[in-house]
Write a protein that binds this ligand. Structure first.
Ligand code: 5GP
Ligand code: ZN
Length: 114
């Protein structure tokens, strides 16, 4: 755990997160500033800054959770589609330095996305 990491603190239960689902090594929770209703973040429970830092088995579990959640998140808010993305590195727009996958429900003509 990185002491000053907001996502590590959510994993530890130090600050509240609205959990969607979890596995041994991955946690999915609602984004605090959603781009759309149901905007979900999926993270490894261990602190890794960048996607490439995540060991292969934990990455497989992370993307297994994304695979399972994509349809669930879309259906939960009656969306038409879902955008799935990672801002991998500061220059790509990564603000929280604990790697995370965005699942953003999309609606016909919304013009938004991650
Ligand atoms: P990034 O720009 O790093 O790809 O995305 C970071 C995301 O984390 C943003 O969508 C932002 O709304 C979300 N976020 C930042 N701080 C918190 C927090 O304390 N709790 C939750 N649930 N989401 C957060
Ligand atoms: Zn962290």
């Amino acid at each position: 755990m990185a002491e000053d990491c907001i996502f590590c603190r959510i994993v530890a239960g130090d600050i509240p997160g609205r959990t969607v689902t979890e596995t041994d090594h991955a946690l999915a929770f609602l984004d605090a500033n959603p781009l759309a209703p149901g905007h979900t973040l999926v993270i490894p429970k261990e602190h890794y800054s960048r996607l490439n830092d995540v060991p292969g088995d934990e990455a497989a579990e992370l993307f297994g959770a994304v695979h399972e959640l994509a349809a669930t998140v879309e259906e939960a808010v009656d969306a038409d589609a879902v955008s799935i993305g990672i801002n991998d590195g500061e220059a790509a727009g990564q603000e929280v330095p604990h790697t995370h996958v965005h699942l953003v429900p999309r609606f016909e003509g919304d013009g938004g996305g991650p």
